[in-house]
Design a protein around this ligand. Sequence first.
Ligand SMILES: Cc1cc2nc3c(=O)[nH]c(=O)nc-3n(C[C@H](O)[C@H](O)[C@H](O)COP(=O)(O)O)c2cc1C
Length: 216
Amino acid sequence: MLQIPPANNLPLSRRSLLLTAGPIFALSAKGIPAATPPELTVTEALRQRRSVRAFSDRKIDPALLAELLWAVFGINRPKEGLHTVPSWRGAADLIVHAATEDGVVVFEPDAAAARVWKAEDIRAQLSPQPFVATAPVCLIFVSDLRRLKAAGPADQQQLYAMVDAAMASQNAYLFAAARGLGTCLVGGISREAIAGALGLARHEFATFVQPIGWPA
Ligand SMILES: Cc1cc2nc3c(=O)[nH]c(=O)nc-3n(C[C@H](O)[C@H](O)[C@H](O)COP(=O)(O)O)c2cc1C
């Protein structure tokens, strides 16, 4: 089991949960996936990238979910603690959750692990668009706006929150293309329902959700 570093950037409620709940999976010791099966080149992944809104019943196994989360917001330069995705002034404001039929996990990039956040299927609450809940995994992008304070007023913070999440979304699109998964970024979200279901604090702003699964 990996050592859990203090999660100082998280609210107390979440911190204590992180410290008590065991990881559901872990990546390699350095938090970077080991060699993966032969993948498409970036150029080929770009050729394949598209939005998919119809998913088969096949689930995404935890090892693949771990790699997906690493691609979306993992740490690729452990010495500096920097991420696979750029962010405004390196704010790293993202908090990435993954909702499945079993519940919700929150990705903890420092620990390279995901921890149980809620044992309830909340996928149907994420968006009024019905296809979202049909995906085996729905990523939920939340921004910790405290990390974007220097950006200025709330609307400016929310703008950068959206941009930072959108960058992570493209990582998910390219990962999906490389592994034969299908995905779609969804801006039409039920923001208040998400805040309620996840127990978000006032400074935590839900930006997008991104269902992902095996194309039907
Ligand atoms: C900011 C943003 C918000 C989006 N919101 C939705 C959405 O709410 N529902 C949806 O089905 N697709 C959504 N999409 C996906 C676009 O509809 C899709 O990218 C577009 O139709 C082009 O198709 P392609 O991704 O296959 O190239 C969104 C895309 C972006 C970039």
